[in-house]
Design a protein around this ligand. Structure first.
Ligand SMILES: Cc1cc2nc3c(=O)[nH]c(=O)nc-3n(C[C@H](O)[C@H](O)[C@H](O)COP(=O)(O)OP(=O)(O)OC[C@H]3O[C@@H](n4cnc5c(N)ncnc54)[C@H](O)[C@@H]3O)c2cc1C
Length: 554
């Protein structure tokens, strides 16, 4: 088998054929909210015009890698290097579209199995070459940025060939899988056993099991199914010091949890080569529904009541006032329906209301009806108005399309960035306001006033996540500095207001400067000690997690 082709187009999200033009209504709304947009449509440069340094992999290192995986699985052609040059964060796309792949890896290596992964790590340790584990490459925090640290060369270790479901245990409800399986491949394989993992991040179509585990990702139905950390039963991880495996016990008191150390290790400790996951019966019935809440505060109260009463739907998503207004205005299509909906909500005192999407999935209609009745009752008690399943299912059907819109906005000179955090219920609204104000102030100061909006989408008994989206005119020629100003202001505000620097995107490069503020210097030392044990030469994913590197635009 030759090395697999890249899954995503090199300059943006996903595959060709899913982009739609920005409607005149959306363009008018943007111009009204953030100022006039530059004329024209800025397409990415051609692949041949991307600036790429000569590969710097020493011949001896290449020989060792070829011995590990075979010559056809060590690629240094333009397409392979450019598609592994960055993740899919805003700053990645800005650089790629402009033809800047200056930090591309010197080669991309495609091992076939766990033994070959171990052989690649041995080869890289011997040749002193940095290694960046690469799943789907959908990191939005610089997690797959091929930084070389103190090494002369860096390779991307692409796990695409480790793409099999290895075993299913229908008695214990577990599935053992290789790390390179994407969401659709995994769900398709589990469907043959009438099972599901239930992990649906927005990047589902292109991200991988290994990437999810390495970043502690959270799916859109995480309130019901749990985050990926809750779904991992056991792991096998190849490290430069050897393999480490955790035992598949349902729970254990055998000291601090090694599994917890490896989940979220972001390729900085080793490579996840196998994961045993907790799966469950595939749902046969689903109901997604829209509700309107009079205010964001009423919505968060309602969500807290639901989860604390043990009545949480599987999907819980609450937009703040701004996000609701923009979603309604951008819902496109039929302006009449949008106007009718707005009129209906105004008549019920929800003029500045907030949209909630809630969803239930199960294996029987009776169970679904019972759960839905309990949930809807609590929502109504907090002033919610039922909008019906049309709104809910429209969200369900469009939920993987939004990333294509970001590409189109970039073509119109518009910045669209997202970031996320979480905190306890008592601080949630203050955190929301602090982060929104910080982003607004940072971008206003640069003459590009933004629209900042947010939603809650992962809900726990003790608190919830906040996911911010902000849109502003790009500062031509200073796009990265503009991004950095907003990112730094938001990150400072998050820590000051008691949030975590990341609820599910991980630390990567972009959050590493703020990690000490969250875990303390002693905490960082402890993590560095673990890294020194598993990766004594420091070849694993330099510049990430506990090894801060300068950010783009800083
Ligand atoms: C449009 C979009 C939507 C997104 N939506 C969500 C969302 O809903 N929820 C969410 O949690 N995240 C989301 N993300 C972020 C991203 O998809 C997740 O972080 C995802 O888990 C990354 O998976 P991946 O396979 O693409 O990993 P990659 O991007 O390839 O890698 C991410 C990190 O994990 C490491 N890594 C990858 N594979 C392995 C392995 N086998 N062993 C060790 N380390 C490894 C890498 O070195 C890197 O540090 C989104 C991103 C985008 C662009």
């Amino acid at each position: 088998m030759t090395a697999p082709d890249p899954r995503m187009r090199w300059w943006g999200w996903g595959e060709d054929g899913h982009d739609g033009p920005l409607s005149p209504g959306a363009q008018a709304l943007l111009a009204e909210q953030i100022g006039p947009l530059p004329a024209g449509h800025r397409d990415p440069v051609a692949l041949e015009d991307v600036r790429l340094p000569e590969p710097a992999l020493p011949a001896a290192a290449r020989e060792l890698l070829v011995a590990a995986v075979g010559a056809e699985h060590v690629r240094d052609d333009r397409l392979a290097r450019v598609t592994h040059a960055a993740g899919r964060g805003y700053h990645d796309l800005v650089r790629l579209r402009a033809g800047d792949a200056g930090g591309a890896p010197d080669a991309v290596v495609y091992p076939a199995d766990a033994a070959e992964v171990a052989a690649v790590l041995r080869a890289c340790a011997e040749a002193q070459v940095a290694v960046v584990p690469f799943g789907g490459g959908t990191s939005v925090v610089g997690g797959v940025e091929p930084l070389r640290g103190r090494f002369a060369a860096v390779v991307a270790l692409d796990l695409a060939r480790l793409d099999r479901l290895l075993a299913v245990d229908p008695v214990s409800l577990t599935a053992t899988v290789q790390p390179g399986m994407t969401g659709p491949a995994l769900e398709e394989a589990l469907a043959e056993h009438e099972l599901t993992l239930g992990h649906f991040p927005q990047s589902f179509e292109f991200s991988t099991v290994g990437g999810w585990v390495a970043t502690r990702s959270s799916g859109q139905a995480s309130t019901g199914y749990g985050r990926i950390d809750a779904l991992v039963l056991a792991l096998r991880v190849a490290t430069p010091s050897g393999e480490i495996a955790t035992r598949a016990a349902p729970a254990s008191a055998a000291g601090p949890s090694l599994r917890e150390l490896l989940v979220g290790s972001e390729g900085a400790l080793g490579v996840i080569v196998e994961a045993t996951l907790r799966v469950r019966a595939r749902p046969s019935v689903r109901r997604y529904e829209g509700f309107s809440l009079p205010r964001f505060a009423a919505g968060t109260d309602a969500f807290r009541a639901l989860v604390q009463a043990g009545a949480a739907p599987d999907v819980m998503r609450l937009s703040d006032e701004r996000e609701t207004q923009v979603s309604l205005a951008m819902s496109g299509g039929d302006g009449l329906t949008t106007r009718a909906l707005k009129g209906y909500l105004r008549a019920r005192g929800h003029g500045d209301g907030c949209l909630a999407i809630v969803g239930w999935a199960g294996t029987s209609e009776a169970e679904l009806r019972r759960r839905r009745a309990a949930g809807a009752q609590l929502l109504r008690a907090h002033g919610a108005v039922v909008l019906g399943t049309q709104v809910g299912h429209a969200w369900e059907h469009g939920r993987f399309n939004a990333p294509y819109l970001r590409d189109e906005l970039l073509a119109h000179g518009v910045m669209l960035e997202t970031l996320e955090t979480a905190t306890t219920w008592d601080r949630l609204l203050a955190l929301h306001d602090a982060v929104a104000s910080a982003i607004d102030a940072a971008l206003r100061a640069r003459g590009t006033p933004p629209v900042v909006m947010a939603h809650v989408s992962h809900v726990y008994r003790a608190g919830a996540s906040l996911y911010f989206t902000f849109v502003a005119r790009q500062q031509a020629g200073e796009e990265l500095e503009q991004w950095h100003a907003a990112k730094a202001a938001a990150s400072d505000a998050i820590l000051a207001a008691g949030g975590t620097i990341t609820h599910h995107h991980a630390v990567g490069r972009d959050h590493a400067p703020w990690l000490p503020g969250e875990v303390g210097e002693l905490g960082i030392e402890l993590l560095r000690a673990a890294k020194a044990t598993l990766d004594p030469a420091g070849i694993m994913n330099p510049g990430k997690l506990v090894d801060p590197a300068p950010l783009p635009g800083s």
